[in-house]
Design a protein around this ligand. Structure first.
Ligand SMILES: Cc1cc2nc3c(=O)[nH]c(=O)nc-3n(C[C@H](O)[C@H](O)[C@H](O)COP(=O)(O)O)c2cc1C
Length: 216
């Protein structure tokens, strides 16, 4: 395995910034996007339940409609790929069984041998107190995917802007999510920075490492 050097990683993380203006003429090449799509898919989640769907909005008319509910975040029009993160609004027995079936299929093991795994998920997320916060729990998983996507994009030299500046209920309408069991939580615009984006050259503002990393 040929790992990235420490220097390369930090260079990429310092290079990235929340891109405010994208170059509308530059699209992410198909092979690069395919890698980023897999970065989304490969995101780890609690129990491996993957309680989300990533909606890649390629339709210009839909993007224009979403802009009306995005507090003026115009990045979503000019970016190459616009990903809306949607999460499961509840966790039911069927969600657990879907994963159990998948594990059984992928690893070639009988469903019966997964009953302890199945029961612990049911006890926790379906029949336990966490069922009441299922959407919140799913949202945390989606943010892991968002972080993963942004870091991987930076490593591949793709710009990104994470976006909470949107009205989830209105996005749900534009994306026809009513009744789907999924709801919008956050989005990410990806592509290449415009030469005119003055935010690219601003110094990074972070607290001192010693203020936020504590060794005990
Ligand atoms: C979850 C999340 C939501 C954000 N929402 C927006 C947004 O709606 N619009 C925007 O321009 N920037 C948004 N940002 C960008 C942050 O303001 C930015 O990441 C932060 O100031 C750090 O700067 P840097 O990313 O350029 O290093 C968001 C960032 C995160 C992580």
């Amino acid at each position: 395995m040929n790992h990235l050097s420490n220097e390369k990683l930090l260079q990429s993380l310092n290079w990235r910034y929340a891109t405010q203006a994208f170059d509308a003429a530059r699209k992410i090449p198909a092979d690069t996007w395919a890698a980023l799509e897999q970065a989304l898919v490969l995101t780890p989640t609690s129990y491996g339940l993957q309680p989300y769907r990533f909606m890649v909005v390629q339709d210009a008319a839909k993007r224009a409609m979403l802009l009306l509910h995005s507090y003026g975040n115009k990045q979503l029009l000019d970016c190459s790929h616009y990903v809306v993160f949607t999460v499961r609004t509840e966790m039911a027995e069927a969600d657990i069984d879907k994963l159990v079936q998948r594990v059984s299929q992928v690893r070639g093991v009988a469903v019966d041998t997964l009953s302890r795994f199945r029961n612990s998920m049911l006890r926790d997320l379906v029949n336990g107190p966490r069922n009441k916060i299922a959407q919140e729990w799913a949202t945390r998983q989606a943010y892991i995917a968002l972080g993963n996507l942004m870091t991987c994009a930076a490593v591949l030299g793709v710009d990104a802007c994470p976006m909470e500046g949107l009205v989830p209920a209105e996005y749900d309408k534009v994306l026809n999510l009513a009744g789907s069991g999924y709801a919008t939580v956050v989005a990410c615009a990806l592509g290449y920075r415009a030469a005119t984006d003055k935010y690219a050259n601003l110094a990074k503002v972070r607290y001192e490492t010693t203020d936020i990393v504590k060794y005990i």
